[in-house]
Design a protein around this ligand. Structure first.
Ligand code: SF4
Length: 241
């Protein structure tokens, strides 16, 4: 599957900038700059439940995010903006960066597109460096559980909103993660079978929502690397670092 890469190749051929070089046009806003943490973030789906609980509680992070990390996040935002702009120019975008919200959760999906009469597909775009791409390939690792949980959460939220008549957007028939390698712009698309993951993702959310209803912090369930990058790693009693 390499749908998105083909669209981008067509885009740079059809819309050459002056001098024949591709141009970055950041006219599509990405991500909410004023994140509302009064609800759980859909983009945190699949991450440590205790971290998500702390975040919604407004627990103060141990440190502010260092400037180099903030800049690195901006690289991801630029890639998102460029890809969404290119797809919009190619006339394939059904919706992008739209807000999804219920009483406990909030988030924005990246993009839903449709090409040549194909079923609509939701894309979640992840930028990675070539080293990460190399290890994913070498270890034959298609994707990560938390990335799957995030995409499935968007699809489920779209489905709920549509069926409750809170959204005009029909839930997409397909969903995929697009891994974009920062230094080559190569894209690896991983399509997900939504029905395969739905129960696990729903059950993860239910544990967290239940904990919130009772105002009882849930059991921590970090992955092996997660505490190292967690905003609460110094103050959390379950931290592994
Ligand atoms: S430090 Fe680890 S266990 Fe504690 S909230 Fe963060 S990820 Fe979860």
């Amino acid at each position: 599957m390499n749908n998105l890469q083909n669209i981008l190749h067509e885009f740079v051929k059809e819309h050459p900038a002056p001098g024949g070089k591709p141009e970055i046009a950041l006219t599509v806003g990405t991500h909410d700059p004023n994140r509302d943490n009064a609800k759980f973030r859909l983009s945190d789906a699949g991450k440590c439940r205790l971290m998500r609980y702390y975040k919604r509680q407004g627990k103060k992070a141990d440190d502010t995010i260092p400037a180099p990390d903030l800049l690195q996040m901006q690289i991801g935002n630029m890639f998102h903006a460029y890809i969404e702009y290119a797809c919009d120019m190619m006339g394939v975008v059904i919706a992008s960066e739209e807000r999804l919200e219920d009483e406990d959760r909030i988030g924005h999906f990246d993009m839903i597109i449709r090409t040549d009469g194909e079923p609509a597909i939701l894309y979640d775009i992840k930028t990675i460096n070539s080293k990460a791409a190399y290890y994913m390939n070498r270890n034959n690792k298609q994707t990560k559980p938390e990335h799957i949980a995030q995409v499935i959460s968007y699809v489920m939220a779209l489905d709920d909103a549509y069926h409750m008549a809170n959204s005009y957007l029909k839930p997409p028939e397909r969903a995929a993660i697009a891994y974009v390698v920062r230094d080559t712009f190569k894209i690896r698309e991983v399509e997900l079978m939504v029905s395969e993951h739905e129960d696990a993702v729903r059950s993860d959310w239910n544990i967290l929502l239940n904990a919130w209803d009772y105002q009882e912090p849930p059991e921590a369930n970090p992955t092996s690397w997660e505490c190292r990058y967690c905003a609460y790693k110094m103050s959390c009693p379950s931290s592994t670092v």
